[in-house]
Design a protein around this ligand. Structure first.
Ligand SMILES: Nc1nc2c(c(=O)[nH]1)N[C@H]1C(S)=C(S)[C@@H](COP(=O)(O)OP(=O)(O)OC[C@H]3O[C@@H](n4cnc5c(=O)[nH]c(N)nc54)[C@H](O)[C@@H]3O)O[C@H]1N2
Ligand SMILES: Nc1nc2c(c(=O)[nH]1)N[C@H]1C(S)=C(S)[C@@H](COP(=O)(O)OP(=O)(O)OC[C@H]3O[C@@H](n4cnc5c(=O)[nH]c(N)nc54)[C@H](O)[C@@H]3O)O[C@H]1N2
Ligand code: SF4
Ligand SMILES: [Mo]
Length: 894
């Protein structure tokens, strides 16, 4: 590709489902820069901390750039032939269900379309499932039960138009930051707009909440069935809508009434007063949007939670209207695109149903395919069980890292290791999954590839290449098409560009549709390469001109205000959901482990882990615990804690906080074997799933916690990443100029000079050291001329060296012996106040700096911004700044 340096390329952020538009540019020296696209309707120029730091993630140093077979470089021809022949042979010998694809909501729609087409139409099995099973499956199942189709009725604008937003199991401030900012801005304009947060933890999202309901884990079904009953009792129903457009209301209301208010209070852990206030606010606010995410979906009752929420919106007729509706926000950039192409094991392409013989026949005819999967395939958890017991003998994993992200990850890793043939398409050379692949296929990454993605509000945007393709990397769609051709399916996979694939996908969406199916982008069936290159973001439905959206309806950006659901009788179905109470804890595992995300890391850190600024916000794996539980289990703040479940254990830093609910722990999912000694969180989670959607219950796992008794703690900065770390606990994080390493040891019987030599180069360097064996204090630094190659600090308790200061030393010139000696002198960095943990990653401002500014009189986020610049670029840290101001003011008042 020719790189035009003057040109900004319009593309889309590869992180969350908000789907922000990005303008990317490459300077003459290869430096990439990005900014928010002011014209993109998802973000209007905004970007969060992750989006703003995208330029730091495009480096090639850890990329997979050539195909490999058994770890040795091979040609593309050899690798593709091997994949095609092994899959063909396995199918010939053991049938189509002996092979499987495990794919991802991070594939582009064109990649996803071809993977699904190959498996369902040409292999003839539906054994293709996706990490969306861990993410959106309960929402999909809930939508299909209620609406007859997987339709998200509303748009982002509804958030701004609403008078009440109920956020359920969603940490929007950290996980959909630009939507959070849009809500925060709307609230500033219309202070009468209310926000209710339903989350067991007091997350940063509580910053915009007028009411935080610290619900008991999995109390949501009780909360929303209780709401339905309450709406019935208080004459707050839209009887006309219920009669005209729905069925099953009576049974749903009856089921919902199983608990009285006291029962709901007991099941949710909320007081009757809290419930009454929330219920009456909901009842009287016509323009209500309920936004929900993983606290709803990732549950053994996920689908019931979704339907309990949708029931309340149907009962009040609040759906598909400006400012009103249920709104499932998607996690991955192309979770929606994957659903559109039918990338899940129980769906067919273009929102058609695998159980419907007419749909199957239609898709097969459209594809001119030799076969069509006759039944749903295995859902992710069952798929890996089938790999484990040998039913699946050839597995192709694309754009996902199941060894880290699947529940019961230890068992998943063992299954992958034992599988006779594993292919992984990835952009990185080394991940916890890639390392087990027999064949590694190098995919082009964000910035190098072309295609489309669909965001949470059904908006389809282009991702465009602005970087040259490195090495022999190839786009995922190309890899899939090449394998398909070599399996003998040339004609159906003859696409030469993503534009051709998109046009086919659009044509299928309109094929014999006539308004019967929600997903219709027939207007784009004829796009050629030029149209595709120029494609502006658009929202579906976008049927061909003249096609009605529904047999009776009209085209609109919202669905269902006037009914017209995709059920046989065109009515929405109320689902009779019964409230329940669940306890999973036991005397051995007395705490509930809740898992999720942090602001500046993305999943298994394969991208954000490359960015120094994103790695400073939280540089270590941790577990949040309430002070009362901490005391009970003997855990002090900053101790290393061992969290265990029947499946495994991890070692992570303890963070004692009242933001956590008593009885629960929270730990982030991000750290892998690439970044920490023992923090793969999904080695703890169970393969328990929702019975309808098959989505695992990743937020509710019985666990125990104990202090890991460390006799020695360490901290190091190193120019190069250490190859090995012989410590019981270690965690590495990228920093400007190198790496920072946290360490802890069960014993103190270590030769620290030798250990330092294992972390950084001490051989041909000037080594300065300070040892106080009595006090257990050791400091060792090595210099390559005037530059620090690494420094190690050892102490009997958590090391008190300023992290920011130490990391900065990697980039400084240490000309004199005196300067070099400062590194190992008594109070390293003490002459300069420690900035503390990074809060603002754009301007590298730490918590201590903000605290000092508050003490000096800054009382608002804007005042902090004016003094320190913190919070003035992407704005993702503004809620944290507000929390720091509040905490310091409370202290001052006490
Ligand atoms: N920074 C960042 N952003 C991301 C991602 C990332 O990795 N990093 N990933 C993206 C993806 S793929 C996804 S799916 C989304 C996820 O976005 P979110 O769903 O917002 O994120 P999570 O942290 O997984 O979980 C949300 C909240 O659910 C709460 N919760 C746990 N149990 C319950 C319960 O029983 N009831 C209720 N009501 N709440 C509960 C948790 O305490 C947590 O705060 O984020 C997307 N955005
Ligand atoms: N305990 C717990 N576990 C969870 C969750 C939780 O909340 N708690 N959340 C679940 C959810 S919602 C999700 S979405 C999953 C996410 O889990 P994963 O999908 O496993 O996480 P990622 O780190 O995003 O993995 C993406 C992989 O694709 C590679 N990649 C990036 N771009 C491309 C590309 O263009 N082509 C190819 N071929 N590869 C590419 C990356 O290098 C990386 O290895 O985790 C799930 N697991
Ligand atoms: S909110 Fe942040 S992570 Fe999500 S798409 Fe926008 S810039 Fe990317
Ligand atoms: Mo997700």
């Amino acid at each position: 590709m020719e790189i035009d340096e003057a040109r900004e390329v319009r593309t889309t952020c590869p992180y969350c489902g908000v789907g922000c538009g990005v303008l990317a540019k490459v300077a003459a020296d290869g430096q990439v820069s990005v900014r928010g696209d002011p014209d993109h309707p998802a973000n209007f120029g905004r970007l969060c901390s992750k989006g703003s730091a995208l330029a730091e993630t495009t480096g090639l140093d850890d990329r997979l750039l050539h195909p490999q077979i058994h770890g040795f470089g091979s040609s593309w021809d050899e690798a593709l032939d091997l994949v095609a022949s092994t899959f063909s042979q396995t199918i010939a010998e053991h049938g189509p269900d002996a092979v499987a694809f495990y794919v991802s909501g991070q594939l582009l729609t064109e990649d996803y379309y071809l993977a699904n087409k190959l498996m369902k139409g040409f292999v003839g099995s539906a054994n293709i499932d996706t990490n969306s099973r861990l993410c959106m499956a309960s929402s999909v199942a809930g939508h299909r039960r209620a609406f007859g189709s997987d339709t998200v009725p509303g748009t982002y604008e509804d958030l701004e138009l609403s008078d009440l937003i109920v956020l359920v199991g969603s940490n929007l401030a950290w996980c959909h930051p630009v939507l959070y900012q849009r809500i925060a801005a709307a609230r500033e304009k219309r202070p009468e707009m209310k926000v209710v947060l339903v989350d067991p933890r007091r997350t940063m999202t509580s910053d915009i909440a007028d009411m935080h309901l610290a619900i008991a884990p999995d109390g949501d079904v009780a909360l929303f069935t209780g709401l339905l009953a309450w709406l019935g009792q208080h004459n707050a129903l839209d009887r006309a809508y219920i009669t005209a457009h729905t069925s099953g209301f009576g049974q749903a209301l009856f089921a919902a009434s199983a608990f009285n208010l006291a029962g709901v209070a007991a099941a949710t852990g909320l007081s009757e007063d809290e419930l009454g206030r929330f219920y009456s606010l909901f009842a009287r606010t016509e323009k209500t949007v309920t936004v929900y995410s993983q606290g709803v979906n990732q549950s053994s009752q996920g689908t019931d939670k979704v339907n309990a929420i949708i029931n309340c919106h149907l009962a009040t007729g609040r759906i598909g209207k400006p400012g009103a509706g249920p709104f499932s926000v998607t996690g991955q950039p192309n979770a929606m695109g994957g659903r559109e192409v039918g990338g899940m094991a129980n769906m067919l392409a273009a929102h058609m149903e695998i159980e419907n013989p007419e749909h199957r026949e239609r898709v097969q005819r459209f594809w001119n395919a030799p076969a069509i999967a006759g039944k749903p395939g295995l859902k992710a958890v069952d798929m890996f069980k089938a790999v484990a017991d040998g039913r699946i003998k050839a597995l192709w994993i694309m754009a996902t890292n199941p060894v880290d992200s699947m529940p019961d990850a230890g068992a998943v890793e063992a299954a992958i290791k034992a599988c006779p043939f594993v292919v992984v398409s990835d952009v990185l050379a080394e991940t916890d999954t890639v390392r087990h692949a027999h064949v590694r296929l190098p995919a082009t990454a964000w910035g190098e590839k072309d295609g489309t993605v669909t965001n949470s509000e059904r908006r389809i945007s282009r991702q465009r290449a602005f970087l040259p393709v490195p090495g022999e990397a190839r786009p995922d769609w190309w890899i899939i098409a090449e394998v398909a051709r070599r399996m003998g399916f040339d004609g159906a996979f003859a696409h030469e560009t993503p534009a051709e694939i998109f046009a086919e996908h659009a044509a299928l969406s309109a094929f014999e549709n006539d308004g019967e199916r929600d997903f219709d982008i027939g207007a784009y069936a004829g796009v050629d390469r030029e149209d595709y290159d120029a494609l502006a973001p658009f929202q579906w439905p976008a049927p061909s001109p003249g096609t009605p959206l529904t047999p009776t309806g009209h085209q609109s950006t919202r669905f269902f205000a006037n009914g017209n659901f995709y059920t046989p009788d065109r009515k929405a179905r109320f689902i009779a959901v019964r409230p329940t109470v669940e306890t999973r804890i036991t005397s051995d595992f007395p705490l509930i482990l809740n898992t999720g995300r942090i602001r500046d890391h993305w999943h298994t850190m394969t991208r954000t882990g490359k960015s120094p600024r994103l790695s400073q916000h939280i540089a270590e794996p941790f577990v949040e615990i309430h002070p009362v539980d901490a005391q009970r289990h003997g855990i002090g703040d900053a101790d290393i804690a061992r969290v265990s479940t029947p499946r495994g254990e991890v070692l992570v830093r303890a963070l004692v906080t009242t933001r956590q609910r008593q009885g629960s722990l929270f730990a982030p999912m991000h750290w892998t074997d690439q970044f920490a000694a023992r923090a793969r969180l999904d080695t703890l989670t169970a393969s328990l799933t929702d019975p309808v959607s098959g989505q695992p219950a990743l937020k509710h796992v019985a666990a125990s916690i104990e202090k890991f008794t460390a006799r020695t703690f360490g901290f190091a900065v190193t120019r190069k990443r250490p190859a090995t770390m012989a410590a019981d606990y270690w965690a590495v994080a990228r920093c400007r100029g190198g790496w920072r390493v946290e360490l802890a040891f069960a014993n103190d019987d270590v030769d620290w000079t030798a250990f330092a030599g294992s972390l950084f180069d001490t051989a041909d360097t000037e080594v300065l050291a300070y040892h106080d064996r009595e006090a257990g204090q050791h400091r060792i630094a090595a210099f390559d001329g005037e530059h620090l190659t690494g420094a190690l600090f050892i102490a009997p308790g958590p090391v008190a060296v300023s992290r920011g200061w130490a990391a900065e030393q990697l980039g400084e010139v240490h000309a004199s012996q005196r300067q070099r000696f400062r590194i190992v002198a008594g109070r390293a960095g003490a002459e300069r106040p420690d900035a503390g943990a990074t809060v603002c990653s754009c301007f590298n401002v730490g918590v201590n700096q903000i605290t000092a500014a508050v003490a000096a009189g800054c009382a608002t986020v804007d005042a902090i911004g004016a003094t320190l610049k913190a919070g003035t670029n992407c704005g993702s840290c503004r809620s944290e700044i507000r929390a720091i101001i509040a905490a310091n003011r409370i202290q001052a008042a006490e």
